[in-house]
Design a binder for this molecule. Structure first.
Ligand code: FA5
Length: 343
């Protein structure tokens, strides 16, 4: 091979390499192709083996031709890498592009379940009046749920609350009133607590659920009278249902209070004129209450000659249904977002 032929071959090799490089799809392949031509055992090096056979005066020319070929391949390689990097960046920009004209996703800030909202409001009102929150177990002893609350064994008043009994003799508490007893056992008067929580009764229809929520209130001190009870509940009704809301106490019976009362609020749908919601009476029943029975004080070790007190218990679902105009208690427990989203 003479020097002209060598120059021709090098030019061919260079354009072959440039064409190859133009086709590679990624960096690794580009490096492989480059090495195939420019590596220590690459085509260019192989071709240059003929240098030894060339006459001395042609060698310089051959060396320059080889350098041109190498430079051409190196340059094509660098350009290809630049192209690939640019291409990759463009693809990423398309893939990760944000379309700022798309409508935003509505993010809803949950205020909590409607029952929780009502419970929170109720607790807030009593907390402002200085009541502390007390809690008790949902699986309860007969003693706290009934006996210490002046329901003797076999007393017919036990049938007022259809009880879920457990096989070990305990029960699911039917009301939050056992927390009264537990608190009076644990603390000396003065006592001022509210106790929110779940309670259970074998009972189910549009306005009764087997699991529901109550809030118990208990205040014990010297010289507490029915007037304190009425004042407290009036304040509560005005804060919760609106200024000027009247309440009335109707005589009733609970074994653990004497006297006992059912407490009604003036119907806030019709303002007391009578409507479908209040069955034309102008009043809505919201809770049970009364003065703590001396027998309950004695069972709890508090001297009824020194102390007196009042207690009340309200059904959270009942109040939430009234306030939010809901007519089926089961709505609270179905977790239907179409219902829950309204609150
Ligand atoms: C009691 O449970 C008494 N412990 C309340 C009490 C406390 C009276 C302290 C005196 C002193 P009663 O059984 O009436 O009372 O229930 C109270 C409220 O719970 C009812 O007014 C009603 O709103 C609600 N309630 C009763 N049963 C159900 C039920 N199955 N589903 C939903 N709410 C209910």
């Amino acid at each position: 091979m003479n020097v002209e032929e060598l120059e021709g071959r090098l030019t061919e090799l260079a354009s072959e390499a440039v064409a190859h490089l133009a086709e590679v799809a990624d960096r690794e392949n580009a490096i492989q192709v480059k090495n195939r031509y420019l590596g220590r055992k690459g085509s260019v090096q192989e071709l240059m083996a003929v240098l030894r056979e060339l006459p001395h005066e042609d060698r310089r020319r051959a060396g320059q031709a080889s350098n041109r070929c190498k430079e051409a391949i190196e340059e094509a390689f660098r350009e290809r890498l630049d192209d690939l990097a640019r291409q990759e960046l463009e693809e990423r920009m398309v893939a990760e592009a944000l379309d700022v004209t798309l409508p935003g996703r509505r993010s809803t800030l949950s205020l909590g379940h409607p029952l929780r909202q009502v419970e929170r409001d109720l607790i807030g009102i009593f907390a402002e009046m200085g009541y502390e929150v007390a809690e008790g177990p949902e699986i309860e002893e007969d003693y706290y749920n009934f006996e210490a609350l002046n329901f003797p064994p076999d007393h017919p008043a036990r049938d007022m609350q259809d009880t879920f009994l457990l096989t070990d003799g305990r029960l699911l508490r039917t009301h939050t009133s056992p927390v009264q007893v537990r608190t009076m056992h644990a603390y000396e008067p003065p006592i001022r607590i509210i106790s929110p929580g779940r309670v259970y009764r074998c009972d189910s229809d549009l306005t009764h659920s087997p699991v529901f929520h109550q809030i118990e209130g208990l205040l014990v001190d010297r010289g507490i009278t029915l007037a304190h009870l009425k004042g407290t509940l009036t304040t509560f009704a005005e804060r919760f249902f609106g200024a000027g809301t009247a309440i009335r106490l109707r005589p009733s019976y609970f074994p653990f209070t004497e006297p006992s009362a059912e407490v009604d609020v003036e119907c806030f749908f019709c303002g007391g004129d009578g409507c479908r919601v209040c069955s034309q009476t102008g009043w809505l029943e919201i809770l049970g209450a009364g003065m703590v029975d001396p027998n309950v004080f004695e069972a709890a070790g508090i001297d009824p000659d020194v102390y007196s007190g009042f207690a009340f218990g309200l059904g959270v679902e009942r109040i939430a249904m009234l306030k939010q105009g809901i007519n089926d208690i089961r709505r609270f427990f179905e977790n239907d977002l179409r219902f829950l989203d309204q609150f």
